[in-house]
Design a protein around this ligand. Structure first.
Ligand code: NAD
Length: 403
């Protein structure tokens, strides 16, 4: 039925236009094919009362057609057009400084905002009056699990790392008995057994490899063994973990001890997947050039921690290199290799997060004082950088990290 005040526009369209807008932001970097909104999540957001705007063609590289978004009730638009009128903007990551300058005042931006490596961008967001929700800051608690983008992406990164490594190895992973003799199983070493490492272990075990894994957290042993892998015993003295379940940073002496004891394991491995990270800090350098030299030619290393500095001395961000006959891959966007599934779980993380931190009626942010999850993830608000660790990086002029 046509609306009386605006001839030619249906009442349904008027109602739609009155809804607050959620805009999906497409990455400018075509190398990251993930999207923050899928047709399925768009449908859930529309049903919750949002006007969902999606840049035309955004989902094509990850397998989501424009028509599927429209069928879900979203409208297609141009990239900038969506952002200008949005109350909420969802991005996978802030891929440039120019991106920050596009964010209008008053918008609530959510995504992987890389606050510890790019604090200056966060300060700029605050200056521009944008509120921001950083997925990196979602608490690692049972109640926040459905919003935990780090975990959802790490899981797929662990899987993708093993599939990538096995595709580069001139050897099969499982043991095979053939009339022409027995093929030995490949040996896979996984260093760091958080979410990504555990998924890497599970994938390599499923493919039939003989898997050994190591983590500084002693509690990891049981999880590793339950997946059918061997836990490497390396004595480093006291290591422990933080109250949030993260590893504590090792001393330089402990890192040296770790490298010495890992050298033999590296030399025996056909594939090494490294996933060791320290929350909010650069990743520890664990696999040295000498350790790589000790490996068999044709072996493969995937450094899945490269986005935060990497665990392998010779690995380079975004590159595949040959070093002494060993292939070393430093892909910071492993989840994008399975972009359809990575987008599906990430989009679901966003829906859960928004449901939690916004008032269901007004669709405005709740008060951070009344919600502990919001208090954790709310990185900038009312012109301030709220996270003390990020504010500390900005204040520390002796620290070259405040980029
Ligand atoms: P992460 O990505 O920060 O680090 C990966 C792994 O590297 C960790 O297991 C860490 O112990 C390990 N590591 C760090 N330094 C190392 C070194 N020098 N040598 C070897 N390993 C090293 O970890 P994550 O995947 O974010 O998980 C961190 C913890 O949080 C784990 O205990 C995980 O089970 C837990 N977690 C809990 C929840 C939840 O309760 N909802 C969700 C996700 C993760």
């Amino acid at each position: 039925m046509a609306d009386q005040d605006t001839p030619g526009v249906t009442q349904q369209e008027v109602a739609q236009r009155a809804r607050p807008i959620i805009a999906a932001i497409a990455s400018e970097q075509t190398i990251d094919q993930r999207v923050p909104v899928t047709p399925e999540s768009a449908k859930a957001l529309v049903e919750a009362g949002w006007d969902v705007r999606v840049p035309r063609g955004m989902g094509l590289p990850s397998g989501f057609a424009d028509e599927a978004y429209e069928a879900a009730g979203a409208s297609l638009c141009e990239r900038r057009e969506a952002l200008q009128s949005a109350r909420i903007a969802l991005c996978v990551s802030m891929d440039s400084d120019a991106f920050v300058d596009m964010v209008p005042e008053g918008v609530i931006l959510a995504g992987f905002l890389d606050p510890f490596a790019k604090p200056a961008r966060i300060a700029r967001l605050a200056e521009r009056g944008a509120s921001s929700l950083a997925l990196e800051l979602v608490p690692r608690t049972t109640i926040a699990q459905s919003m935990d983008g780090l975990s959802s992406q790490a899981s797929l990164a662990g899987y993708a790392a093993v599939v990538l490594a096995s595709s580069k190895l001139a050897k099969a992973l499982p043991m095979m008995s053939t009339p022409a003799g027995t093929i030995k199983p490949a040996r896979v070493l996984v260093v760091g057994t958080g979410v990504a490492g555990l998924q890497a272990i599970a994938t390599a075990v499923r493919l039939g490899a003989r898997v050994t894994a190591y983590d500084v957290r002693p509690t990891a042993k049981e999880q590793v063994e339950s997946l059918g892998a061997k836990f490497a015993k390396i004595d480093l003295g006291e290591t422990g973990e933080t109250a949030g379940g993260y590893a504590k940073e090792l001393t330089s002496e402990q890192l040296d001890m770790q490298r010495q004891q890992l050298t033999k394991l590296c030399a025996e491995s056909d594939i090494i997947i490294t996933t060791a990270q320290i929350f909010g800090r650069p990743a520890p350098m664990i696999v040295t050039s000498d350790m790589v030299r000790a490996m068999k030619p044709g072996s493969v290393i995937v450094d899945a921690a490269i986005a935060t500095g990497g665990n392998v001395e010779v690995a380079r961000v975004g590159e595949e290199i040959e070093f002494e006959g060993v292939t070393i891959i430093g892909d910071p966007l492993l989840p994008s290799r399975v972009a359809r599934d990575a987008s599906q779980v990430l989009a679901s993380n966003f829906v859960s997060l928004l449901t939690r931190v916004l008032d269901a009626e007004t669709k405005q942010l709740k008060s951070p004082d009344e919600d502990e999850i919001l208090s954790g993830v709310l990185l900038t608000h009312e012109g301030q950088v709220r996270d003390e660790r990020v504010a500390g990086l900005l204040g520390d002029t002796t620290n070259g990290d405040a980029r």
